[in-house]
Design a protein. Structure first.
Lengths: 114, 114
């Protein structure tokens, strides 16, 4: 158990819908990262927040957005869902934003868009 | 942009034997970190071993060790005395010292034959 929690574990929804994935980092970690794992694209970095502020952006679609709240939990919002958005979405956390900090991964949320 | 290549989509090894997984990366930076992650059927991403590029000594963690060749941009993982529990997808990952995101290879599926 990495100490990072993600809810829900599974999500099935229809095209065009909007969903919210939630992540709670390990106690004491200030950074939260979101990754997408799909068969087509492999594991891709989406976005990172550090202590409530966006720090880095990867290949995140405009239909996707994220935020980190004062209690440091984070939410990834996916809207106008398409079949191709079906994937495993991981949240990871680390103590710092840069430097040799390990990123600890949560168990992931499996999103299926039908 | 940095890229990570794992040229072996699948590998298999007999239980108790040794196996080496290959990874090469492309970067123009001199300061970075390299990682091997394990993803068992549970889908949890587990950090196996990590290496700082400025360290010439190869990292070891129990039965896991790496062969880091900075000039060749190669970072292979050796698993000694393979166990059934080692069966998983293994991902090589790169992170620039000044950046946040992990860049992953496509993964190698390792099968352990009893």
């Amino acid at each position: 158990d990495s100490g990072v929690t993600q809810t829900p574990k599974h999500l099935i929804t229809a095209t065009g819908q909007r969903v919210t994935l939630r992540c709670s980092p390990r106690s004491g970690d200030l950074s939260v990262y979101w990754y997408q794992q799909s068969l087509d694209q492999g594991l891709q970095f989406l976005i990172q927040y550090y202590n409530g502020e966006e720090r880095a952006k990867g290949n995140i679609l405009e239909r996707f957005s994220a935020q980190q709240f004062p209690d440091l939990h984070s939410e990834l919002n996916l809207s106008s869902l398409e079949l191709g958005d079906s994937a495993l979405y991981f949240c990871a956390s680390s103590v710092g934003g840069t430097g040799f900090y390990e990123q600890y991964f949560g168990p992931g949320t499996r999103l299926t868009v039908t | 942009a940095q890229t990570v290549t794992q040229s072996q989509p699948e590998m298999s090894v007999q239980e108790a034997e040794t196996v080496t997984l290959s990874c090469t990366y492309d970067t123009s930076e001199s300061d970075y970190y390299l990682f091997w992650y394990k993803q068992p059927p549970s889908r949890q991403m587990i950090l196996v071993i990590r290496q700082e590029a400025y360290k010439q000594q190869n990292a070891t963690e129990n039965r896991f060790s790496v062969n880091f060749q900075k000039a060749a941009k190669s970072f292979s993982l050796k698993i000694s005395d393979s166990q059934l529990g080692d069966a998983a997808m293994y991902f090589c990952a790169y992170r620039s010292a000044g950046a946040q995101k992990l860049v992953f290879g496509q993964g190698t599926r390792l099968t352990i034959n009893p």
